[in-house]
Write a new protein. Structure first.
Length: 284
């Protein structure tokens, strides 16, 4: 896997009652700060290529979501409204007010909860290849057999996966990609080791268990004014494609669509150069 650029530091930032493992680098001025939010089967490590591109001109902040990667594992708070407050607390600790967002998968859901609660703190947003619970086509998406994992949780499921984390994660990399070979062995082993840490897979399941609450929260958010910041909705042509923009237009008024060719869901792993170029162009 590509490492983060030299000069990035790691901080365990206490925010909203949890310790958030956060990678930070880049200048304190110039292009403005950017927060990168990962999703399931990844951690903040996924963003190393984006960090390398943006760090010369932006402060880059790449946290692990609560309970994932190397962040702490609280018993609750896996609804995305609470996790958005984690991110607000990280920014408060760093004395950063407004940021651009770049998000993927569950990171999109945390990103929406952040933007809905703190709209003045988001200058621009790149939302990549994932739905928003309760918004737009959500109920139809839940019927897809590809998304059976949304309801795969509980102690018995955790026992089935324990010690077989690599097998479980391979299912996502293989079935949700355009070209499984694009996700190399080093990447798969890296994330399997992280998700095999005691408690991490339980917390990952809790991310999905919270979708019902997330749907209720998102419907309440959507009753207010639409988000006004510019949004680039990015989908893989073998995954969400232009549907990503359709989803975002339910909650935002300034949405541009961008489709990355030759990619499934794992945009940063499958087509990193194209994904980085789209992000960099939009933020610059």
């Amino acid at each position: 896997m590509q490492p983060f650029p030299a000069g990035f530091r790691i901080e365990e930032i206490k925010a909203n009652g949890v310790a958030i493992h956060t990678r930070i680098g880049g200048p304190a001025s110039h292009g403005g700060p950017v927060v990168l939010l990962h999703g399931f089967a990844d951690t903040g490590d996924m963003w190393a290529p984006v960090a390398a591109a943006l760090a010369p001109t932006h402060t880059v902040i790449a946290p692990d979501l609560r309970g994932m990667g190397l962040s702490s594992q609280p018993a609750g708070g896996y609804d995305k409204k609470t996790q958005a407050r984690d991110i607000a607390g990280v920014l408060d600790a760093l004395k950063i007010d407004a940021v651009a967002l770049v998000t993927h998968d569950i990171g999109n859901m945390v990103g929406y909860a952040f933007a809905a609660q703190f709209p003045a703190r988001v200058t621009r947003w790149v939302a990549m290849d994932a739905p928003l619970p309760g918004i737009g086509p959500w109920d139809e998406l839940l019927k897809s057999p590809m998304l059976w994992h949304f309801n795969f949780r509980g102690p018995d499921m955790e026992r089935l996966v324990a010690g077989r984390e690599r097998i479980y994660l391979d299912r996502f990399y293989n079935e949700l990609s355009a070209n499984p070979a694009a996700i190399d062995e080093a990447t798969r082993d890296h994330y399997a080791r992280l998700y095999a840490r005691p408690g991490n897979m339980h917390c990952a399941f809790e991310q999905f268990a919270a979708f019902g609450q997330d749907a209720a929260d998102n419907k309440a958010f959507a009753q207010g004014p639409k988000l006004a910041m510019p949004i680039l909705a990015v989908g893989g042509d073998n995954s969400f494609g232009t549907m990503q923009a359709e989803v975002m237009r339910f909650v935002a008024s300034d949405v541009a669509a961008h489709v990355i060719a030759g990619s499934g869901h794992w945009l940063m792993e499958e087509q990193p150069a194209a994904a980085v170029a789209a992000i960099e162009d939009f933020l610059q």
